[in-house]
Design a protein around this ligand. Structure first.
Ligand SMILES: NC(=O)c1ccc[n+]([C@@H]2O[C@H](COP(=O)([O-])OP(=O)(O)OC[C@H]3O[C@@H](n4cnc5c(N)ncnc54)[C@H](OP(=O)(O)O)[C@@H]3O)[C@@H](O)[C@H]2O)c1
Length: 438
């Protein structure tokens, strides 16, 4: 009879507590699937006294995460505290250096120190599993690392932050502003009191950096990701997108180009008919474009205690089975340096919304500036307020003009819009949203 795998868990919050429950309630199923039992032998968190509604009888309380990580009884150290620094970093490093296997859901730690940690795992022979770090219950890490090991990958993109997708969904469906929807998201517990990490795109960027490394065999590097958040999106953008057959999503996109691997996070117009456009509310989704196969889209809950615990426990089960994959899909020596493709050279279609001053020659002036940069226009819509009737006070009011361009370079768009602003034919700043075709 094979001895049970002995697990130590640091962090007993939303995810940690669910992991303890799942290991207990699924004990028989897990033992059957893994070929051996899984036993939690020791745990730790900040406060031993806190009421947690989990049964910790017979489980040792380690004095701190480092002591737990190097505990002689622990075979597999599970880090569920969060944060890119200590104690998560030093504890995970210590466990790996001691030859133990590590399971973590910590995207911040992996995006910043993933390479160093993978090196320690490789050197000392332990596994480093992190399925829950991206898309929680969606098995996207395994899909890229193992399921598609024989397939070249051209692009991977997804909705990786439920808070942003919830806000954009409400804005689209109810015509509400970004600020109103953010307030609701905070009230419902979908957004933090300080929402910047989510709505400014940094959470998505950390997850994208991990996916890009797995997809393209490059060293994980959050600094290589271009990031824009969703706070500038207005309800009129979502209405215009709908009229033109698109939806706006905050996407993380990693794509192979002639200039290197583009890694970018920004509000994106996607065709309404695409799989990713159907994903509403807090749900996450990832689409993988592999060579020779139609795109694969994985959809599911990207957060929550139970959903995240499902992936954490699956990773623990792999350790129990004795499965050890290279953390980023290849031996460290084969991971290439990440060459950051400059955003100015990004090529694609663009949605541009301008507030044109309503006097003769405005449209021609805008068209000239775009033509100077060799930008071709796929469609143009001018929305006269009051159906074009003269305003009661006789004063000219700005007219929204919405343009969709054919594929062009980002620096051409930036130059053309700078010239349009200099011409003083528009009010305010132009709104620009990149288009991603499926
Ligand atoms: N929640 C999700 O939906 C979700 C989804 C995907 C991934 N994740 C990742 O899962 C990890 C855990 O998230 P969570 O939501 O469970 O966090 P959480 O509810 O805030 O729980 C964090 C736990 O870590 C403990 N902890 C924090 N600092 C510590 C320290 N210095 N020493 C010892 N223990 C410490 C806390 O102890 P106390 O309880 O005593 O305060 C708490 O038990 C994070 O990396 C997160 O990014 C979470």
């Amino acid at each position: 009879m094979v001895a049970p795998l002995k697990v130590g868990i640091a962090g007993l919050g939303t995810v940690g507590a669910e992991v303890i429950r799942l290991i207990e309630t699924q004990a028989r199923v897990l033992a059957g699937r893994s070929g051996r039992g899984i036993r939690v032998v020791a745990v730790t968190a900040r406060s031993k006294a806190k009421k947690r509604n989990i049964d910790l009888r017979g489980v040792e309380w380690a004095k701190d995460p480092l002591a737990l990580a190097t505990h002689p009884e622990v075979d597999c150290f599970v880090e569920l505290m969060g944060g890119a620094g200590d104690p998560a970093l030093s504890a995970v490093e210590a466990a790996l250096n001691a030859g133990k296997s590590v399971v973590t859901a910590n995207k911040a730690l992996l995006a910043k120190h993933g390479l160093k940690l993978a090196k320690a795992a490789e050197k000392h022979g332990g596994a480093l599993n992190f399925e829950a770090a991206v898309g929680a219950a969606i098995p996207v890490i395994k899909t890229l690392r193992e399921g598609l090991a024989g397939t070249g990958i051209n692009r991977v993109y997804g909705i990786l932050n439920g808070t942003c997708n919830y806000i954009l969904t409400r804005m689209e469906q109810e015509g509400l502003s970004f600020a109103e929807c953010l307030k609701d998201a905070q009230r419902l517990g979908y957004a933090e009191a300080n929402p910047s990490f989510d709505v400014d795109g940094h959470d998505t960027a950390q997850k994208l950096a991990i996916l890009a490394s797995l997809a393209f065999g490059t060293k994980v590097a959050q600094s290589a990701v271009y990031v824009e958040g969703i706070s500038s999106i207005a309800p009129e953008d979502l209405r215009a997108a709908a009229d033109l057959g698109y939806r706006v999503k905050l996407l993380g996109v990693a794509v192979r180009t002639a200039k290197g691997i583009e890694q970018r996070v920004h509000p994106t117009m996607v065709p309404k008919t695409s799989s990713i456009a159907q994903v509403m509310g807090v749900t996450n989704a990832v689409t993988i474009d592999g060579e020779g196969i139609p795109p694969i889209t994985l959809v599911g809950p990207g957060a929550g205690g139970a959903a995240t615990a499902s992936a954490v426990v699956a990773d623990i089960a792999d350790v129990a089975r004795g499965i050890r994959a290279n953390p980023f899909g290849r031996p460290i020596a084969q991971l290439r340096d990440t060459k950051k493709a400059p955003m100015e050279r990004h090529e694609g279609g663009y949605y541009i919304r301008l507030l044109a001053r309503d006097f003769p020659g405005t449209a021609a002036a805008i068209a000239t500036r775009l033509a100077e940069q060799k930008i071709s226009i796929e469609s143009i819509v001018q929305r006269h307020p009051n159906g074009g009737a003269a305003p009661a006070n006789g004063k000219a009011v700005p007219v929204p003009v919405i343009l969709i361009t054919y594929a062009t370079h980002e620096d051409a768009v930036r130059r053309a819009l700078a010239a349009v602003q200099k011409d003083k034919v528009i009010s305010g700043r132009p709104q620009v949203i990149r288009i991603e075709k499926n």
